[in-house]
Design a protein around this ligand. Sequence first.
Ligand code: SF4
Length: 179
Amino acid sequence: MNRKLRVATTSLAGCFGCHMSFLDIDERLLALLDLVEFDRSPINDIKHCGPSDIGIVEGGVCNAENVHVLHEFRKNCKILVAIGACAINGGLPAQRNHLDLGSCLTEVYLTEPGLAHGHIPNDPELPLPLDKVHPLHEVVKIDYFIPGCPPSADAIWKFLTDLIAGKTPELGHGLIKYD
Ligand code: SF4
């Protein structure tokens, strides 16, 4: 019997909507589990990515922890996939890119009525925010991109089954969307 492929997934600066769409493959998840086993993923709460065949990353890169996790995925995954608009172009979180980060933090935590906390959080446990939100390919090499916000479950299923079968994934008309 062939070895099961190992798949890791993570969400960086995303909303978990792409992972929810992944779970929307519904009963096909059982067929998928005949072919793959999961490494790090929100599905099993494993905290670090080990050697894997396929890494799937949702969300862009908005802080130092995101950079660390993305490098861990690139180092350990033979094939790295950016899933969804946030991973591909920064998506909604990147809407802050035209604003000054310091001004944002000042407004949210110090000056805006109703939101003021009296100080900008600076606990060393908190990851340092980056000035800009970056798409994944600006930080590491990405092998495949699945567009959509989120991509449909059918698109994710087609992509994965093509890849697992050793084929170049082809979504084709009807499965590629950009919203
Ligand atoms: Fe959420 Fe859309 Fe970003 Fe996916 S692409 S993480 S669904 S906002």
